[in-house]
Design a binder for this molecule. Structure first.
Ligand SMILES: [Mg+2]
Length: 241
């Protein structure tokens, strides 16, 4: 069976601290100047969405910057913030000031799984643009060639909502039982499982998440291979495979 592996970024492919310090830090610093240089209608609509999101319809740009920085501090998964984050960071990636940071077992695993015929997708709250740049500008060499697609809050929805996982399965044309999702957050494991996906929890050394029942947990991608076929969720209504 060919498996579609769907990967979370923060805490799964990449250290949480690198996402927070590198990406969030870059946005925090460069957002005001970036907004001053980018006054397109599309950016205006994003700022309106932020005004809606915080219930401050008359907020000026300075207030919006303060609100967005607050959301970064609290790791709020706001769609307009994540789109802006992707746009601002794109300049940092292109300029060589930002790099995707990955745990050392990720690149070898992706190349191994690709050789075995598996497909790889990324599902993160960061915008598709931001995810693509993270993999393209990976510090130790491009990883975008081994990724088949990216899903974000816009294309899939909230990661704690089971319907997001149904949407992804339809888009990639895979049966839920042929999809294996790797993430560090129990709420996301639960939502994916509710949509019939196979899941593995990722609890890496140095990351905040520890294994909790009832999921199967791994400490790194090296442990996934023997489990690629083994973590089976029975298909609903059609008996065992
Ligand atoms: Mg995560």
């Amino acid at each position: 069976v060919t498996t579609a592996l769907v990967l979370d970024i923060e805490g799964t492919t990449s250290p949480t601290s690198t996402v927070h310090t590198a990406l969030f830090g870059y946005v925090r610093e460069h957002l005001p100047q970036w907004l001053a240089r980018n006054r397109s209608r599309a950016v205006g609509q994003l700022l309106d969405a932020v005004r809606d999101g915080c219930g401050r319809p008359d907020a000026g740009e300075g207030e919006l910057v303060a609100i967005l920085r607050g959301w970064l501090d609290e790791n709020v998964k706001s769609e307009p913030l994540k789109v802006l984050q992707g746009l601002v960071c794109a300049e940092g990636f292109a300029a060589g000031e930002l790099h995707g940071e990955f745990f050392p077992d990720v690149a070898p695993a992706l190349s191994r799984w690709r050789s075995a015929g598996h497909r790889h997708y990324v599902y993160s709250s960061g915008s598709e643009r931001n995810q693509r740049d993270w993999f393209t500008y990976a510090r130790d060499g491009r990883l975008d060639q081994v990724v088949d697609g990216y899903f974000d809050l816009t294309s899939a929805g909230n990661k704690r909502d089971p319907s997001s996982y149904r949407r992804i399965a339809e888009t990639i044309g895979a049966r839920p039982a042929d999809i294996l999702f790797l993430t560090d957050l129990p709420a996301e494991l639960e939502a994916a499982t509710a949509s019939g996906w196979r899941v593995l929890g990722v609890a890496r050394a140095g990351e905040p998440q520890r294994p909790v029942p009832p999921w199967t947990w791994i400490g790194g991608f090296d442990e996934v291979d023997p489990l690629l076929e083994a973590v089976v969720v029975p298909e609903r209504g059609s008996g065992a495979r």
